[in-house]
Design a binder for this molecule. Structure first.
Ligand SMILES: Nc1nc2c(ncn2[C@@H]2O[C@H](COP(=O)(O)OP(=O)(O)OP(=O)(O)O)[C@@H](O)[C@H]2O)c(=O)[nH]1
Ligand SMILES: [Mg+2]
Ligand SMILES: [Zn+2]
Length: 344
């Protein structure tokens, strides 16, 4: 996707240990909480505050510097443990993954989950908790929207008995593979699929996203035992995870690349998406959409719609079309609430 790699062994993030012209150091944010960040430069982790004036810009303070951001910082104390600095500038982002944050004050707030990534990986467990297909639909839409590779990992295969139950799962999820997304069937318990998981992470910068308890941290511990990430059982009563991982954090991978583990999220409302553009983010709608009577067809109420026709003929699952209509409805409602948002 891009020329450079953040491979710590070779041409690392922080291979540029020397000072830049402005006297600042350059590093990458591996953890961000409030106004404090951990910034990685080669093998050293710095603790950096975010310069106050950076918080006052058009961006929300929580997303001034996010995991994956390349930043310039001024050294405060190189001898302290860990060394400390102040972030002066967040360098322009190649891309990001962003969603609408839970509304606290009723306003609409962008939550940037990560910047400068190659791949977003939706992690689902086939059982305990049950998979959420609509979550995967939306995350793959976001991957298309933000221009990053979308990948799907289905964990806890060991909990699905072979036979009809497994066949039903295969039917659902192979559809995503047919759309061109990589789909990995895995079990952190038995190790199945873990080599394939390791391979898709190598030499890429990836973000794992999925509900609490699906096994994101467990999978990472399997492919890189030294990480020692905290994991927790799913409560029997609710079938939900316990939000064991509480913040997004980026880790270097032994064989090259970086992986961000993130806290469980249940919903994903993509940020900054035009209702009119949504149809372009469903790869399965492209060919049938060619035969819609109206070029501006939204595949909703219009007559002679190629996409609805494909749904009726069983070529596109009804739930895919419903997922599209639901997302479209959400975006229109959001737009009606705020009017047209100018700038970004
Ligand atoms: N049976 C089975 N259990 C698994 C598997 N992978 C993970 N688990 C269990 O699922 C539970 C939740 O795993 P975590 O790794 O903490 O899940 P998480 O996605 O990181 O959850 P949050 O950090 O809360 O978002 C743990 O008890 C794991 O042992 C698997 O492949 N099979
Ligand atoms: Mg976790
Ligand atoms: Zn149509």
């Amino acid at each position: 996707m891009r020329g450079h790699k953040w491979n710590p062994g070779r041409c690392a993030i922080g291979a540029q240990d020397e000072k830049s012209t402005s006297g600042d150091r350059e590093g990458i944010v591996i953890r961000s909480t409030g106004g404090q960040c951990l910034v990685q430069v080669a093998d050293t982790t710095w603790r950096c505050k975010v310069r106050g004036r950076l918080k006052k810009g058009p961006r929300e303070s929580q997303t001034v510097a996010v995991v994956g951001d390349r930043v310039l910082f001024m050294v405060i104390d190189e001898a302290s443990e860990p060394p400390s600095g102040v972030i002066e500038e967040v360098l322009p982002r190649d891309n990001k993954i962003s969603r609408l944050a839970a509304r606290r004050s009723g306003g609409q707030v962008e939550q940037v989950l990560m910047a400068n990534l190659d791949q977003v990986i939706a992690v689902q467990s086939l059982r305990e908790p049950a998979p959420q297909k609509s979550f995967v639909d939306r995350l793959m839409v976001a991957a298309e929207r933000f221009g990053v590779r979308g990948t799907l990992v289905l964990n806890k295969m060991d909990l699905v008995p072979a036979g009809p139950e497994m066949e039903a799962e295969q039917k659902v999820w192979n559809y995503f593979q047919d759309l061109g997304y990589t789909v990995i069937w895995a079990s952190a318990e038995t190790g199945a699929g873990c080599d394939a998981f390791h391979d898709i992470l190598t030499d890429r910068i990836s973000l794992l996203i999925g509900a609490s308890g699906v096994g994101k941290s467990t999978l990472l511990n399997v492919i890189q035992p030294g990480l020692g990430l905290r994991v927790n059982e799913v409560t029997e009563k609710t079938g939900l995870g316990k939000h064991t991982t509480t913040r997004t954090e980026l880790f270097p991978l032994r064989d090259g690349g970086f992986i961000a583990d993130s806290p469980g999220i249940r919903g994903f409302d993509p940020w900054d998406m035009e209702p009119l553009a949504v149809r372009d983010y469903f790869p399965d709608f492209q060919e049938p959409g060619q035969s819609c009577h109206y070029r501006t067809c939204m595949h909703r109420d219009e007559p002679r719609c190629g996409v609805k026709d494909a749904v009726n003929r069983g070529l596109i699952p009804i739930r895919r079309h419903n997922a599209y209509l639901a997302l479209l409805g959400d975006l229109e409602e959001r737009k009606a609430q705020v009017g047209y948002r100018s700038g970004g």
